[in-house]
Design a protein around this ligand. Sequence first.
Ligand SMILES: [Zn+2]
Length: 217
Amino acid sequence: MRGFGLAGPGESLSVLCIGAHADDIEIGAGGTLLSWIAAGIRLHVRWCVFSATARRAAEATESARAFLDGASSADIRIKDFEDGFFPYQGSDIKPWMEEQKRGFTPDVVFTHRRDDAHQDHRELCQLSWNTFRDHLILEYEVPKWDGDFGQPNLYMPLEPAVLERKIGLLHTHFDSQQSKDWFDPEVFRGLARLRGMECRAPGRYAEGFVLRKASIG
Ligand SMILES: [Zn+2]
C-alpha cells in the first residue's frame, strides 16, 4: 500500500487532539503520536479533554504529559463538561471548541468518529467539523461495548515497541479504568493487530482512522 507522510524527521507538525473523556485520545491516536515523536518530528500539540474532573482530570493530565514526552510543545487543556450529556450542552461546548482555534493552526485535527455510538463522541465530531473547515481531520476509533466499529480508510502503522508503550502508558495512568472489562491490553493489541493486517503494516500493528476528505498538492 502506498503511503504518504505528513512530516519527516526534523520537520514541524501541529496537532490538535480532541477527546471527550480522559483516555479517548490516547486510545485512538496515542500510538500515532508516540510514533511521530520517536521519528524525530517536531510535534506541537494542543491536547483538549472536554470532560474530566477530580481523579480523572489528574489522570488525563499525567497521561497526556507522558504521551507527549519529547514533543516540541504540549498545551494540555482539561475541561469539566458533564460526562454523558454533551448533546444537551452544545451551546456551552461549542465556544470552548472555537477557543481551540485561537493562536493555533493545526496541520492535523484528531477527533472522534462521526458514527461513534457514544453521544459525547458524536457531538464532538460534529463540532470539530463545524469549527475546523480548512484542516485535515482524522477521526479515531475507541472500542466499546456497543460494537460500533466501521471500516477505517487511513492507517498509521505502529512498531511493536510503540504499541507496547501505548498499552503500558494507558495502564499506568488510568487506574480508575482498570475495573472496566473493556479496558484490557488484549482489546488494544487485538484491534491494533487487525488494523495492522488491513494495511499490511511491517510491524504488524496499526491505528485506523476515518479520513472523510482531503486535498493533495
Ligand atoms: Zn470517551
